[in-house]
Design a protein around this ligand. Structure first.
Ligand code: PCD
Length: 777
């Protein structure tokens, strides 16, 4: 068994500062690019004069939208079948939009030359608040789209409206709540960038880029630029965090490629922090109205939701094509109810495009937040304890596999057991007693619960695709004569430790140490096709492919072992990581022995090839459904509105854990993210569309100062849809934790009659929420 708490192999280079990131890659003759960006949120471009920049002694090329239009590259397709300007030609549509690209001998000269470009703008009114985007007379943002006369993108719905409405009409109790999941940003520590090298002689284009989906990038470059796919190589070296920010193709990548084609030299473009925060994919920005219908005794019946989704200036949200609101329709959460319905309307605004699944499988964070806030609003209405209300409504173990009212097939779980464990770990009853005593003294202590179910591992080819590409992943496993193995996968580690866990999967299947398995990823010339890493899909899809390909090797090894033992394969058994004749352990052959024999002159039966190597493509039969119960304890200072997260208990169930230490690390990171979103983060804009969070001075990342010492627990419900029973976990904590923190803060503020407050619960927001309200115990 190679599963277990193994130290991460990749840390040998990371902790020595020997990682190799895109900006570490330096090629002979390399030039540097910089992007001129729009100061306005919405403005017509009257003229662009690049002559002074071109005259700069170190400048090699200046590329504008007009240059790109000549190459038919001024616009590129987005992940949502919209188009996005690579460099603006007609108008700028958000502050920070790409307007021109300068290629120069060094980074400083490129930046200096930006200031020599003269752009004349005619400012236009901007649409900043999504709630006004569909007003009659609102400025039309996308007049580039033929016949477009408003800012509407799509209407989408899921569930059974008639049945849901009927249950609402008959319900004994209903509650409703408006809530905003604010626009936030994945903010990986390494910003985005690309190094492009076009070789005119061979016609080969090599792009180094921190992408979460190298193969998808290659295919899209081929489709968009018309370059032959086999002449494109995308290399994703070490990545300093992705969190969904590195899924899509950004204008800067295309500019670097064009820059290299135009100058005949390699061109590197790296954005700075402000560029990353202002122009790369945001997340969330959902204005939600949720309602829940229940009996007096707290049995919930139905949920109904209306969402206004702010998608920014270009619809670049990332999700399987069929689902414009991603997996939002999993909003019935972990509860047994009769019907549900949601309507989502997407609109354009003058903000950066994106809508990525920042640490969430396509809008599940929004869905979990919605249902977990509604549960607390209902608990307050009924005067029932929120833990008790959840216990009454959680799905029961015998309901699995469970088909939700909006069509999801949950795979496995014992939800009450997981919640019970969390309550025990937290000492829930004592916490409530402590809270009562403190309330009597006028102190603000809050306890927040959230129970979440995620749907990860996109996805089954029959249900989903991205831009027509099915979501199956390949894997290749080569076994050297001495029994050491090389695994090649399409998924892409951004820090999650795939080089370790994927080696552990192979080791576990083949009876060899994980250290004997090298994992190759991040290079389209070296790996099989697959759609990349996001939505916690690597373990569910590529991880499954890895187990399957290793089993193919094991099956082949069986035939070779049979030949070695002069036995029938039917008489062999796999025991303790070796093939042996049934009942005779002395005959056991290890993989290394078998590999050597497979490469030798051993006579193999008719039809059995030599070597042990194998390939596979894995098409997941279903998603996997990790879940968990989180409990957060906060203290709020009534004088300043400051929230302190005192304790956080997180019980996660991600099925079989390959490397429990990595899983815990993933959970720690996600919980910190959740505290950040709940208490500190929002991409804010003023009414003219000026971005108010373009540095880490304004857009705050949580540190150890804001985080408690996490208290983790686990339950294990193997997924019946996965060869080793594993479910994804990378995003669970980000999905589940914001609701727990907000529920805790709102619980602390209950004596003021507060039932809801929107994130981020900064001291100023908390203080404004309670200011002037009487405190009643
Ligand atoms: N695992 C184990 N076991 C189990 C599960 C899992 O062990 N059961 C592990 C694995 O193998 C890996 C990890 O853990 O290693 C994770 O996993 P998953 O869940 O599968 O996931 P993936 O796919 O791999 O990844 C992804 C994720 C995401 S998605 C995100 S956001 C984030 C996370 O991941 N990001 C990041 N985490 C992390 N970490 C780090 N360090 N960094 C980063 O960046 Mo998206 O959609 O993109 O938004």
């Amino acid at each position: 068994m190679s599963f277990g708490r193994m130290h991460r192999k990749e840390d040998a280079r990371f902790i020595r500062g020997r990682g190799n990131y895109v900006d570490d890659v330096k090629l002979p003759g390399m030039l540097h690019g910089a992007i001129l960006r729009s100061p306005y949120a919405h403005a017509r471009i009257v003229s662009i004069d690049t002559s002074a920049a071109e005259a700069h002694p170190k400048v090699k090329a200046v590329v504008t939208g007009a240059t790109l239009a000549g190459l038919n590259l001024a616009w590129m397709p987005t992940l949502s079948n919209d188009v996005q300007a690579v460099l603006a030609t007609d108008k700028v549509r958000f502050q920070g939009q790409e307007v021109a690209f300068v290629v120069a001998e060094d980074r400083y000269a490129a930046r200096d030359a930006l200031e020599l470009i003269e752009v004349e703008y005619e400012p236009l009114d901007a649409v900043i608040d999504a709630r006004t985007a569909l007003d009659a007379g609102a400025p039309v943002i996308r007049d580039d789209l033929e016949g477009k006369a408003d800012n509407h993108i799509f209407d989408w719905q899921a569930g059974d409206r008639a049945r849901t409405d009927e249950l609402f009409e008959r319900a004994e109790v209903t509650v409703a709540q408006d809530m905003l999941y604010p626009r936030v940003h994945p903010a990986p520590l390494e910003t985005c960038g690309a190094l492009a090298d076009f070789d005119k002689v061979t016609g080969k284009l090599t792009v180094w880029c921190p992408t979460q989906a190298p193969h998808a990038h290659r295919t899209l470059y081929a489709m968009v630029a018309g370059l032959p796919e086999h002449k494109i190589r995308v290399i994703s070296p070490d990545i300093g965090g992705g969190f969904g920010n590195k899924v899509g193709i950004y204008p800067g990548y295309v500019c670097a490629i064009v820059g290299s084609i135009v100058t005949g030299r390699p061109v590197k473009w790296m954005e700075d922090r402000s560029e990353n925060l202002m122009s790369t994919s945001f997340a969330r920005d959902y204005h939600m109205h949720g309602e829940i219908a229940a009996d007096r005794d707290g049995r919930i019946k139905a949920i109904r939701v209306k969402v206004l989704a702010d998608h920014g200036a270009f619809n670049g949200t990332a999700q399987p094509t069929k689902f414009p609101a991603g997996f939002f329709h999993v909003f019935t959460g972990s509860y047994d109810l009769e019907a549900a319905h949601c309507e989502v309307t997407g609109v354009y605004t003058n903000k950066a495009p994106g809508g990525v699944a920042y640490a969430c499988s396509f809008r599940i964070t929004e869905a979990v937040y919605l249902v977990e806030r509604l549960m607390d609003v209902l608990a307050a209405e009924l005067g029932v304890d929120p833990a008790e209300l959840r216990m009454r409504n959680l799905l029961k173990p015998d309901q699995f596999p469970y088909t939700s009212p909006t069509g999801w097939e949950y795979d496995s779980g014992d939800y009450p057991k997981t919640l019970r464990l969390a309550l025990d770990m937290a000492g829930y009853d004592e916490l409530r007693a402590e809270q009562a005593a403190k309330r009597a003294r006028g102190e603000l202590m809050g306890i927040g619960i959230s129970f979440f179910t995620e749907a990860v591992g996109a996805g089954p080819r029959k249900h989903m695709d991205i831009l027509g590409l099915g979501m199956a992943d390949g894997a290749e496993l080569r076994v050297h004569p001495t029994g050491k193995a090389v695994l090649r996968v399409s998924c892409q580690s951004q820090g999650q430790g795939h080089e370790t866990t994927f080696a552990q999967i192979v080791g576990n299947e083949l009876g060899i140490p994980a250290d004997d398995v090298e994992v190759v990823h991040g290079d389209t010339d070296q790996t099989p096709f697959g759609l990349g890493t996001y939505g916690s899909r690597s373990t569910p899809v590529s991880g499954a492919a890895t187990a399957v390909v290793a089993r193919k090797v094991r099956d082949r090894a069986k035939l070779v072992a049979a030949a070695m033992l002069e036995a029938s394969p039917d008489d062999l058994e796999w025991q303790d990581g070796k093939w042996s004749v049934v009942g005779d352990p002395s005959t056991a052959k290890s993989l290394a022995e078998i590999a050597l024999a497979a490469h030798s002159n051993l006579e193999l039966p008719e039809g059995v090839e030599g070597h042990l190597d194998a390939v596979t493509v894995y098409n997941p039969p279903n998603l996997t459904y990790p879940f968990g119960a989180y409990i957060c304890v906060v203290d709020v200072d009534p004088g300043t509105g400051q929230v302190k997260v005192r304790r956080f208990v997180a019980v996660d169930d991600c099925g079989v854990r390959i490397n429990p230490m990595i899983v815990e690390g993933q959970v720690h990171g996600g919980l910190a993210d959740g505290v950040g979103m709940a208490l500190m983060q929002v991409m804010a804009f003023d009414e003219d569309g000026n971005h108010l969070g373009a540095s880490f001075m304004d857009y705050l990342l949580p540190t150890s100062m804001e985080c408690p010492s996490w208290e983790l627990g686990e339950t294990v419900s193997p997924s019946p849809f996965h060869p080793i029973g594993a479910k994804g976990v990378g995003e669970s904590a980000t999905v589940g934790s914001p609701a727990a923190v907000v529920n805790a803060v709102v619980d602390a503020l209950a004596p003021y009659g507060i039932r809801h407050a929107d994130m981020p619960l900064t001291p100023a927001n908390v203080w404004r929420t309670i200011d002037g309200r009487p405190f009643r115990t």
